[in-house]
Design a protein. Sequence first.
Length: 355
Amino acid sequence: MNTATQRLWEALCAAGVASGQAPPDTAPHSPWYVRAMLGVAGWIAAAFLFGFVGQALPWVVDSKLAALAVGALMIAAAYALFKVGVGRDFVGQFALAMSLAGQALAAIGVFGLFQRDAIAWAVIGAGEVVLAVLIPSFVHRAWSGYAAAMCAAVALVEGGAAVLAVGAVGAGAAWLWSRELAFAARTSVVRPIAYGLTLGMIQIQGDALFMQGLLRMLAEDRDQAAWAQPWVGEVVSGLVLVGAVAHLVASGGRLARRDATIALAAAVGFALLSLRAPGIATGVMLAALGFAAGNRVLAGVGIAALLFYLGAYYYTLQATLLAKSAVLAATGAALLAARWALTRWLFRGREDVRA
């Protein structure tokens, strides 16, 4: 521990904020943009590695058991590299490429073992969840969270319940973000997985809103259940929003009953607006969770997603301009009313917020 950090720890102990021995120094983390670049490079390397295996060892790809076994061995080797190569960017990139190639081979084997695609996608998604917990890499965990979200969505599409994809993935993301403090000791595991689920949810919501993309094309080729109407998915997303806000209100502890009622009423209002303008519940939920946790990245993603969904709704052709203008005006009024209520009651006396 350097001198400045030691003095800071002593000051915290003197103020009664901390006690005991100073925590050990941790290895510096690479900036997020460096990790993102490594992730993209890892995916490209994984494509080349997978192509090499397919060309040099075609019998591996042709046999479902061989593909599953070799894929599992490659993932195990990647896990070992991640464990011994902590802080080494090159080793981490190579391990990421090996793991992604191994996942592709394992997926081929899983599809060969199961006749129903919905079950195969569900099994692959469960495997991604296991990898997200086990492999100690931020980029890999974020990717596994994203892959698990997309696998769950495709499994629901194959099972005839495509409209539930946004709500199901959103529920998982909301649960992780709202329980982040409870998993404080496992933040390095929970946070990247939550980011991956969030990115997957945003993409799934975008596919549903624009009625195009991979999930939409799959849904058109599959028979969906008679009850699987678009409004059902928005109801589920609205319930996830209300549930997330209710959890935040219950865990807050210091909110008065009136403030809690206002928060829940606002959540219900946005859920109802989302029935007409899909995506509002998703964006508001992410912004609320980010604000509650003090996570500016998550709050910014939620606000950007909300603006994107509102803009996309305005340019869709499912309603007249008059109807869409009315929905957007009601949404803006609801947002302004929520801000007024917050500054009027919840943040009373705080000039920095009221300004």
